[in-house]
Design a protein around this ligand. Structure first.
Ligand SMILES: Cc1cc2nc3c(=O)[nH]c(=O)nc-3n(C[C@H](O)[C@H](O)[C@H](O)COP(=O)(O)OP(=O)(O)OC[C@H]3O[C@@H](n4cnc5c(N)ncnc54)[C@H](O)[C@@H]3O)c2cc1C
Length: 436
């Protein structure tokens, strides 16, 4: 274990910073346990970070910051059962390649693969799916270091309450040291992306959701334009985008040009509606077939800030109509498309989709643009529908609201009282969302 001098930490979006008292890079479960015990002796709090892709202060460490970099081993791969155990700090992109090498895959993923496996899991990271849910539903077992330095494992059969609470546990029940994933045989996805007008998308959203394994869409604010994405499993053959088309669409247009657009709309906000109309047209139709994780994820180099709320699936269309009406009443100039995804109900107690089929509405702004007024108005709208904020994305909710929308919230608190009464794993964010 290598203690490093205090150093400043910042997240991907650059809106959260921390100056922990001590930084440690543990290379094993025993080293994590030793670090937790040493922190307890010194009266310090402990947080492990992932890759810093949360927009909230979820990963901020005040006392001891445990870096994930050295805890990246692969413990076992069982191709017969699909159970794969890796250490907490492994990045998702490395997990994806490892699984690929063994003919396996995650059943569903979010938009990027830069996070660590534990960091992504702890905030219930998700993609879109009719049948396949988020990362929290793809975990078979966890290994955790508790606040007393003890090492435990949990699963649906072993300490099931701890498993349900800690799977997407924001790091408050213990430091996750290893995750056993329940993987599926590797598969190809056929991606169909097509522009569509707002009225048609809203009129057919149920049909698209039912007919496709993974349906999502983006609305370009201030316009009638949407971009729909339908991904479905196929036997093959693979027909990936050409290297040039991939570079043009996913690197040049979606990142280089989009970055330039955001610098322009930041400097001259009045240009936003016109530019959004052009963007809605430029990102046109395309169809390709590729390995699942290459279809699920894309590079994201333009830095932004994001808020995302999960609402009951049946409220999606009314919520979108009200959101559009909100845009009509406000003088906003928003350059980032609004992203809409769906997910089946999940079991994990703190998953945003816990116990209910959910629709997710995500709003973004360029990281140099102000977000407060826009995010707050959207938040007011979606909390009025019982919305649950993504733990890793900006929101202003505290425990008094969260306990009303998470049926098992009090059970998580009770477990926290039992396992971490001294709040070894707390930080300002967890104090706010759990109330102490
Ligand atoms: C460009 C971009 C795209 C994104 N796309 C999506 C998306 O499609 N879907 C989605 O749901 N989210 C998405 N997110 C949000 C992101 O997936 C989550 O915020 C995720 O938690 C970040 O993972 P991370 O590895 O960066 O973890 P961090 O942000 O560093 O940490 C997240 C939380 O996990 C805790 N943690 C980390 N490691 C451990 C451990 N070993 N033990 C205990 N606790 C731990 C941290 O303390 C913190 O509370 C996106 C974010 C960005 C910036």
């Amino acid at each position: 274990m290598s203690p490093v001098n205090s150093q400043k930490w910042r997240n991907w979006a650059g809106n959260q910073t921390a100056t922990p008292q001590r930084v440690v890079s543990p290379a094993s479960t025993d080293e994590v346990a030793a670090a937790v015990t040493a922190a307890a002796d010194a009266g310090q709090t402990v947080r492990m970070t992932g890759s810093g892709h949360s927009f909230t202060g979820a990963a901020v460490a005040e006392g001891v910051l445990l870096r994930p970099d050295a805890l990246t081993g692969v413990r076992s791969v069982d191709t017969a059962t699909g159970l794969v155990t890796v250490e907490a700090g492994l990045h998702l992109h490395r997990l994806n390649r490892l699984l690929d090498d063994h003919g396996l895959a995650l059943a569903n993923m979010g938009d990027i693969q830069e996070q660590t496996v534990a960091g992504a899991l702890q905030t219930a990271t998700h993609g879109t799916g009719r049948d396949a849910a988020g990362l929290a539903s793809q975990v078979h077992a966890l290994e955790l270091v508790l606040a007393d330095g003890g090492v435990v494992t949990c699963s649906r059969d072993e300490r099931p309450d701890l498993f349900a609470a800690a799977t997407a546990g924001l790091g408050v029940l213990g430091v996750v040291t290893a995750i056993t994933w329940k993987t599926v045989p590797a598969f190809l996805l056929r991606a169909q992306e097509a522009p569509m007008r707002w009225d048609e998308v809203l009129g057919r959203v149920d049909e698209f959701d039912e007919a496709n394994e993974h349906f999502e869409f983006y609305w370009f604010p201030h316009t009638e334009g949407c971009l729909t994405k339908r991904n479905n499993r196929v036997e093959g053959p693979a027909a990936p985008l050409s290297a040039f088309r991939h570079w043009m669409d996913d690197r040049f247009l979606s990142n280089t040009v989009f970055g330039a657009i955001n610098r322009l709309t930041h400097a001259v906000p009045a240009t936003t509606p016109t530019i959004n109309k052009v963007s809605a047209r430029v990102l046109g139709a395309r169809t390709y077939t590729d390995t699942s994780w290459k279809v699920f994820t894309s590079p994201r180099t333009v830095r932004f800030k994001e808020q995302e709320y999960a609402i009951p699936r049946e409220d999606l269309v009314p919520a979108l109509r009200e959101l559009r009406a909100l845009f009509a009443r406000r003088d906003w100039r928003i350059s980032f498309p609004i992203e809409v995804r769906m997910l089946p109900a999940e079991d994990a107690w703190l998953s945003m989709a816990h116990g209910r089929r959910s629709a997710f509405i995500a709003v973004h702004v360029f990281n140099k643009d102000p977000h407060e007024d826009y995010f707050r108005a959207v938040e007011d709208l979606l909390t009025g529908m019982g919305g649950r904020p993504h733990w890793g994305k900006l929101h202003t909710r505290d425990a008094s609201y969260l306990e009303t929308v998470y049926p098992r919230f009090k059970d998580v608190r009770a477990l926290r009282d039992e396992l971490d009464p001294g709040r070894r794993f707390a930080n300002p964010y967890t104090r706010k969302v759990f109330g102490d």
